[in-house]
Design a protein around this ligand. Structure first.
Ligand code: ZN
Ligand code: ZN
Length: 160
């Protein structure tokens, strides 16, 4: 199996019991889509990775054109891979093969996924509510913002 970026042979490796293929040249990795979340979550916990808060309020990107002009080919089955937004709204753009359900991660992207999984779930929900209210604010939805602010306070009080 060769690297879709630099065409070097990939090395089979394991993180705990989770297998993946690694490119020593560019630091990219190939992993089965079913194992990806597990890998990112384990890594986040083991390495005590801190969440990346800057991403909370960024607008969501569903899909974007490939980082370079050419489409990358799946190292496993040769099909053209598609760039997708991991977990729909992480804003980490990864390459996915729809044919064999494999995922290609460029160097550093697994850390970003780990950071994404360390984000406090409540904070993410609150952030989404705020964004939604901002987007609907043509009709001045002040009540919604007040309710959200109260729920933030309530959560903070309950937690500490
Ligand atoms: Zn490579
Ligand atoms: Zn494939």
């Amino acid at each position: 199996m060769n690297c879709p970026v630099c065409n070097r042979g990939l090395t089979a490796e394991k993180y705990q019991y989770l297998p993946y293929h690694y490119c020593k040249q560019c630091g990219g990795m190939w992993v089965d889509a079913k194992l990806l979340k597990n890998l990112a979550v384990r890594m986040a916990v083991d390495l005590n990775i801190k969440p990346c808060e800057k991403k909370f309020f960024q607008p969501r990107t569903v899909e974007r054109p490939p980082k370079d002009d050419r489409v990358r080919l799946c190292p496993q089955c040769g099909a053209g891979m598609k760039q997708i937004n991991y977990a729909y709204d992480s804003n980490v753009i990864i390459d996915r093969c729809a044919a064999c359900e494999g995922i290609w991660l460029d160097k550093g992207e697994l850390i970003q996924l780990a950071q994404f999984h360390q984000i406090d779930e409540d904070a993410v929900l609150i952030g989404r509510d705020l964004l939604k209210n901002q987007n609907n604010s043509e009709e001045e939805d002040h009540l919604g913002l007040i309710v959200t602010a109260i729920s933030i306070l309530a959560r903070a009080i309950l937690r500490f």
